[in-house]
Design a protein around this ligand. Structure first.
Ligand SMILES: Cc1ncc(C[n+]2csc(CCOP(=O)(O)OP(=O)(O)O)c2C)c(N)n1
Ligand code: SF4
Ligand SMILES: [Mg+2]
Length: 288
């Protein structure tokens, strides 16, 4: 049966009017519809933050995990049921601050999940503190005189870690964002979609207008080769990370599920784990 956007609508979002996360939700829903994925075949696992509300607002299975822990939880969901499409979602603080260790390891482990980061360069939910992607000079509640710390560069980190699929988008361009999320879902292995998703309440610098005038769209540059990692690193660095489009894809890289020894084809979630009385007794006997 054909699915529609209505199938992926859940409770009414509580985001501030104009928040970029509305566009991300819309694009995730459209991507699922375009790929013909039914709501019961997709799970969204989120961290904590305004962006963390994604698991409640997206009408499939949802799991609102802990701050910074969307990735280990999403990988566990996928490994327990490989027939599900699994998306992890969260913010720049969630993923590139407290969750940074999980981000690096998810890229090297390469479980087949899609990670959508709503990067607004600020802690939105906690009302406007500097985040790991806040630029030098950003004035926030925790940096009233301007941030002095070097911001994390998510694309460059992902390129250095040889992540198999890296894209960046802007929630003001739903068409491109939808298409990139679709491609990320189709990619076999871990995929990163970093989204510039303006916080209209606490970030008055990285606004919709700022992105409209400063972003370079790599998808529209015929000479850009998204399969050349060194070229991608140079291009992203030259543009000061202000690019959108498919940055890099290695379609040949095998996922964790394809390479792990003894990993069963049948989803573990569908296996019968009922213990027979004899097995139960055997386990008890090991403690005697
Ligand atoms: C262990 C833990 N530490 C701190 C917090 C407080 N906290 C909640 S959300 C958040 C940061 C949110 O920023 P971000 O991840 O960028 O999400 P946004 O709200 O901007 O979408 C923090 C520090 C928490 N909930 N749990
Ligand atoms: S505080 Fe910012 S990130 Fe949070 S809902 Fe409002 S606009 Fe969005
Ligand atoms: Mg944020």
């Amino acid at each position: 049966m054909a699915v529609s956007i209505q199938d992926f609508q859940s409770e009414r979002p509580t985001w501030c009017p104009g928040c970029g996360d509305f566009g991300v939700l819309n694009a995730m829903q459209k991507a699922a519809v375009n790929l013909g994925i039914a709501p019961e075949d997709v799970a969204v696992v989120s961290g904590i933050g305004c962006s963390g509300k994604m698991s409640q607002h997206f009408g499939g299975y949802g799991l609102h995990s802990l701050h910074g822990r969307s990735l280990p939880t999403a990988q566990a969901v996928k490994l327990a049921n490989r027939s599900l499409t699994v998306m992890a979602a969260g913010g720049d603080g969630d993923g590139y601050g407290i969750g940074m260790g999980h981000f690096i390891h998810a890229m090297r482990r390469n479980v087949d999940i899609t990670y959508v980061v709503m990067d607004n360069h600020i802690y939105g939910l906690t009302t406007g503190q500097a985040s790991p992607t806040s630029d030098i000079g950003s004035r926030t509640k925790t940096s009233p005189e301007g941030s002095v710390e070097q911001p994390i560069a998510p694309l460059q980190l992902a390129l250095a870690q040889n992540c198999g699929f890296i894209a960046q988008a802007f929630s003001g361009n739903i068409k491109q964002l939808t298409s990139l999320i679709e491609r990320a879902i189709k990619h076999r292995g871990f995929s990163l979609v970093n989204v510039f998703s303006p916080c209209v309440t606490f970030n008055k610098t990285q606004t919709y207008d700022f992105y409209k005038s400063n972003l370079v769209n790599l998808d529209e540059e015929p000479e850009y080769n998204p399969h050349d990692r060194v070229h991608a690193l140079t291009k992203v660095a030259q543009a000061n990370n202000l690019v959108t489009g498919l940055v890099y894809e290695d379609a040949e890289r095998l996922s964790y599920e394809e390479t792990a020894h003894g990993y069963p084809e049948t989803p573990i979630a569908h296996e019968d784990w009922t213990l027979s009385q004899d097995d139960y007794q055997d386990i008890l006997d090991t403690f005697r």
